[in-house]
Ligand binder design. Structure first.
Ligand code: LHQ
Length: 262
């Protein structure tokens, strides 16, 4: 598939998806979703070990393209719920289930479902001039793309409800103070910071990192006993990897580990 709304490249284990509709601040249009899924297919087929998502131009993603047609549901009536079911939800679920770390490099405003996308990443790094706005309330919608869960999990109910109901913009520095994002960096440093982080992850013990992500996300919905049982099961898997043997050998030999991702 050739891409018209995104760009995709993959080098040395790091796949990069760039949302590429800068004239609309990379708003999500219906054509973008199959392209995003195809890019993920390609990255997985090529053995990516880390994924970066970013935006072209001055925005990260302005959420749903409000000029795009909605999917028609029962009796031919437009149904935003169906649009979510067909396009948004499968993407969010796939990012969560990807067995490699996902980094969002938030280069500018992330609004509506664009904020959800930024927060669906495992690590969100924001440029100083970036901002987050849950614009849903301004147009009579509820936060979607997982935002009703993702935001409260990161920053607690008081801030999640304030942001969701008031639709106020929060800047990257404050977002980092709150724990909404991992780090806020100067604009000029965003690309290098994220590239370095992605390279580190792509050279890491990929299976263990994928299992780590799975365990951390599962925790909120488990009792301690369930979580301990999950850790036990996933640690067995991690312990059978070549990378575990290499990590221990490298530590004992006082040399850097050379992880293969297996
Ligand atoms: C846009 C958009 C946009 C189209 C900027 N669409 N053109 C899911 C499923 C289905 C349907 C509905 O919703 C959902 C979930 C959602 O995501 S709902 C939330 C949708 N997003 C928004 O409501 C955000 C709308 N955008 C804004 O509030 C502002 O553009 C922000 C705060 C993002 C940025 O403001 P500025 O930096 O002042 O830029 P701007 O407003 O001048 O935008 C630049 C251009 O991009 C402009 O076009 P123009 O031709 O005038 O230069 C905008 O119309 C266009 N644009 N967002 N979502």
């Amino acid at each position: 598939m050739s891409f018209s709304t995104i760009q995709f490249d993959h080098s040395a284990g790091v796949a990069r998806i760039t949302l590429n509709r800068p004239e609309r601040l990379n708003a999500l249009c219906p054509e973008m979703f199959p392209e995003l899924q195809a890019a993920l297919d390609r990255g997985q087929a090529e053995g990516m070990r880390a994924l970066v998502i970013t935006g072209a131009g001055r925005g990260f993603c302005a959420g749903a393209d409000l000029t795009a047609p909605l999917v028609a549901g029962q009796e031919g009536r437009e149904d935003i719920g169906l649009t979510l079911e067909l396009y948004y939800n499968p993407l969010m679920e796939r990012l969560r289930a990807l067995p490699v770390p996902v980094i969002a490099a938030v280069n500018g405003v992330a609004a509506g479902a664009g904020a959800s996308l930024a927060l669906a990443a495992d690590i969100t790094v924001a440029a100083e001039s970036a901002s987050f706005v849950l614009a849903f309330a301004r147009i009579g919608l509820i936060p979607d793309g997982g935002a009703t869960q993702l935001i409260a999990e990161r920053i607690g109910l008081a801030r999640a409800l304030g942001l969701s109901l008031l639709g106020e913009k929060v800047g990257a520095a404050e977002a980092a103070q709150w724990g909404l994002v991992w780090k806020c960096v100067p604009d000029a440093a965003l690309k290098d910071t994220v590239d370095r982080m992605a390279q580190q992850l792509a050279q890491g013990p990929t299976v263990g990192l994928g299992l780590t992500k799975r365990a951390v996300y599962a925790a909120a919905r488990h009792s301690l006993a369930e979580q301990l049982a999950l850790e036990r099961r996933l640690q067995s898997e991690a312990g059978r990897t070549d990378d575990f043997a290499e990590g221990v050998a490298a530590f004992l030999a006082k040399r850097p580990a050379r992880f293969t991702g297996h």
